[in-house]
Write a protein of this length. Structure first.
Length: 92
């Protein structure tokens, strides 16, 4: 697991795009793909059965995806599954 710990520092750009600070995430997989350090994370569903996913670069609707990466990473646009891709630098 992992968490985006603020260490007392504001991270408004991260919060605005859907990362819940000081919340535990499960890391599904990660690595360097075409010079991009990416992680696939899972956040637990809330009491309503919904998950607030990342909406920045590499999110389900991001234009950063190309067909090669989609195929290589078995990319899915299912927006309500609680998993999403994010660049390491945006999370850590």
């Amino acid at each position: 697991g992992c968490a985006s710990n603020t260490r007392g520092q504001p991270r408004t750009h991260t919060e605005e795009k859907g990362i819940v600070l000081n919340k535990a995430y499960s890391m599904v997989t990660g690595g360097e793909f075409e010079c991009n350090k990416l992680m696939r994370l899972r956040i637990p569903l809330d009491e309503n059965g919904e998950a607030r996913e990342w909406s920045g670069k590499w999110s389900d609707e991001s234009s950063a995806w190309n067909s090669r990466l989609r195929q290589m990473l078995a990319f899915s646009k299912k927006s309500d599954d609680g998993t999403f891709w994010i660049e390491y630098a945006d999370f850590c």
